[in-house]
Ligand binder design. Structure first.
Ligand code: SF4
Length: 402
């Protein structure tokens, strides 16, 4: 059966415009690996020798070469391929980034990644960034070209739209704390796995945060595992890509180290000032930023219809794994934002962070975690949460016990 061309995109990506040379952290200035497919490389060789000279072939295929300023195809933040020849000669990576496309059963979707600061700004601060709107595929993906179709039985575009809209409403619910949002998602995943797709919108709408709040209080335990998040965050900040060393140092400095046993992990405790900051400011900006992070990740990863990200199935291969990964990443971002917010307030007479600071913290985090494989700490914590049937998460929810 021929697939329809119907496409839905999230408002934040449909209204996105690349800032190019005005971008504070232009993607052309990094030493990223920009792949060029064989067909495009042949086109360069046959018709554009100057472009062929800036690509090279290694064991993974053709790529644009880098130099000390980043991508060799850039001139002061402007892409010379785009500037001199137009979009049709760009590599697919450059044409697509920061957009992500999915081909599902009978329709297509478009979302994006907050590793781009402009996408982070829109997801964090636009009025309705996650609203869905009809759109069209770009020329390089017309009629699903180069998109792997994921045929999901029973999934229509209407059912997808209802499911996603329900998830956005549940995630962004102002009445819930971020911990309740994550708890809701985790318990919802169990029910979704056990029921038919056609029941999903109803299950999502029926998730009740107030019941989950009481169970959170009942289950919350000691601080036994709470330095796990510190190690996972440090592992995330250590992932390849340009360093965020000063963020790493801020996070380490936020903990008092109680033991220096070289055989084991040091015992650490979060300093009181950072706990107080979270307690006093969570309803002012932290919870809303974290909920928007969760919503943006749902759109980026295609949840709850398990599929690939640009990094394979890094979120997991089941709904439970996927939701656990999202919970853990959100909780490590909660720690990072709390530490950064505390320092910001200390440096500026107690002020709340401005939009640019929040965007910088979030997109740097996403640059670290969205494009590389999960590390051992994350994989171990994911397994520990799954083995505990989710109960371990309640230790992690308790920020004051860190
Ligand atoms: S990071 Fe985003 S806004 Fe900046 S140059 Fe890249 S795509 Fe454009």
């Amino acid at each position: 059966m021929q697939q329809s061309t119907s496409t839905l995109g999230f408002s934040y990506i449909e209204n996105f415009r690349c800032l190019a040379d005005k971008c504070a952290d232009n993607c052309c200035s990094h030493n990223w690996r920009i792949a060029v497919n064989d067909e495009q490389a042949q086109n360069y060789l046959d018709n554009y020798p100057s472009l062929y000279n800036i690509i090279a072939k290694d064991s993974d295929g053709y790529r644009i070469q880098n130099n000390e300023s980043g991508c060799m195809a850039q001139d002061q933040g402007l892409c010379i391929i785009h500037r001199d020849h137009g979009e049709s000669l760009l590599s697919d990576t450059c044409t697509d980034y920061p957009r992500m496309y999915r081909s599902l059963s009978q329709f297509y979707t478009r979302s994006g990644t907050m590793s781009c600061p402009e996408i982070a700004r829109k997801c964090l601060f636009d009025d309705h960034p996650f609203a869905l709107q009809p759109t069209e595929l770009p020329d390089n993906h017309k009629n699903g070209t180069k998109l792997q179709n994921q045929n999901i039985a029973e999934l229509s575009q209407t059912l997808w739209q209802e499911t996603i809209s329900g998830l956005m409403e549940s995630t962004l619910d102002k009445e819930k704390s971020i911990e309740e949002t994550l708890s809701t998602l985790w318990h919802m995943a169990t029910k979704l796995e056990q029921n038919s797709l056609t029941d999903w919108p109803k299950i999502i709408m029926q998730s009740k945060p107030k019941q989950l709040l009481s169970s959170l209080k009942d289950i919350a335990k000691s601080a036994e595992h709470t330095t796990d998040l510190l190690y996972m965050l440090l592992e995330n900040l250590d992932r390849p890509s340009e360093t965020t060393e000063h963020l790493r140092q801020l996070v380490i400095g936020a903990f008092t180290i109680h033991s220096h046993d070289l055989q084991n992990r040091p015992r650490c405790q979060l300093k009181q000032e950072f706990k107080d900051y979270y307690q006093n400011h969570k309803s002012q900006w932290l919870q809303s930023s974290l909920k928007r992070f969760v919503a943006a990740e749902i759109t980026r990863t295609g949840f709850p219809f398990i599929s690939h990200t640009s990094n394979g199935k890094d979120y997991g291969t089941s709904l439970k794994e996927w939701t656990t990964t999202l919970c853990l990443r959100t909780l490590t971002l909660r720690l990072l934002l709390s530490v950064c917010g505390t320092h910001y307030a200390a440096d500026r007479q107690g002020n709340l962070p401005d939009e640019n600071s929040v965007i910088t913290w979030v997109y740097n985090f996403c640059r670290k975690v969205n494009h590389t494989q999960p590390g051992n700490n994350e994989m171990d914590l994911r397994q520990a949460v799954l083995d505990s049937q989710g109960e371990r998460l309640y230790d992690y929810f308790d920020f004051m016990a860190m």
